[in-house]
Design a protein around this ligand. Structure first.
Ligand code: SAM
Length: 245
């Protein structure tokens, strides 16, 4: 996969290129991650890329021409151009899965009051938000999107199971996890995890995943079809929790 990030702050990505799974994906040729400074495409003698908003108001708006030239310099038929924006669809695992199938992502990071709306309406395929709050720039949202996507590329993680089991991959949250010591301040690891019985462990993990989802994110259960055994487990969890109240 190729990812080009259009930004006014390319240096922000330097550390991440050398960091953990991003560096591994780059080293293994799974990912080519490039940053492009939008300022390099300004024809202004002071390399300015922003201007006052028409109609007045606070802040500055990023002009369309440098962004247009930057996108045109790299866009191909296989590119998906994404503007990181608080007005976009909220990023989630489903979108990360879909984007991990693409060959080339172009991520446009805004700054100031954002980009001229003609960019959004005419040059961009998709607006993506990382949540209902406003940040100063699109760089951190771009990194969130990059990480969520590249960990799904074959070969980036040690084993495919690492992400298949994780929260949100199949619509629910992950089961509880424990490591040493077996007993911590009197709190014990569930006995079943020490049993070596893989069948029972798998069942317990499904139970724990459903319980976590029901307690922490019941909304997720509304959108998924549970197998009969899982639906029975969920009813049991609900009865148990009712009794505890
Ligand atoms: N004036 C814009 C608005 O109210 O919709 C917000 C501009 S924000 C200060 C500057 C840039 O940060 C945006 O152009 C966008 O690239 C990025 N940004 C801010 N919040 C974001 C979010 N929640 N998700 C994705 N990008 C965001």
């Amino acid at each position: 996969m190729k990812i080009d990030v259009l930004t006014l702050f390319p240096e922000l990505f330097d550390v991440f290129r050398r960091w953990s799974i991003i560096s591994r994906a780059i080293e293994q040729d799974i990912l080519s991650l490039n940053t492009i400074n939008i300022r390099d495409f300004s024809h202004d003698k002071h390399k300015r890329v922003d201007d006052y908003p028409f109609g007045g108001g606070p802040g500055m708006v990023m002009r369309p021409e440098p962004i247009d030239r930057a996108i045109s310099s790299i866009r191909t038929e296989d590119s998906v151009v994404i503007y990181l924006s608080p007005q976009g669809r909220t990023h989630d695992q489903q979108l990360a899965n879909a984007l991990s199938e693409k060959e080339h992502l172009i991520l446009l990071c805004g700054h100031y009051e954002g980009v001229d709306s003609r960019v959004v309406d005419n040059l961009v395929d998709m607006e993506v938000s990382i949540g209902d709050y406003v940040l100063t720039g699109g760089e951190i949202p771009a990194l969130v999107l990059i990480e969520s996507v590249i960990r799904l590329l074959p070969g980036t993680l040690a084993s495919e199971e690492s992400y298949i089991d994780e929260s949100h991959y199949d619509g629910i949250l992950e089961h509880n996890q424990y490591t040493r010591p077996r007993s911590f301040k009197g709190f014990n690891v569930p006995e079943v995890l020490l049993s070596g019985d893989h069948g029972r462990i798998a069942k317990w993990r499904k139970y724990s995943a459903l319980k976590n989802t029901y307690i922490k994110r019941p909304d997720l259960l509304e959108g998924i079809d549970l197998a009969e055994e899982e639906a029975d487990m969920l009813s049991r969890i609900m009865r148990e929790l009712e009794k505890e109240e």
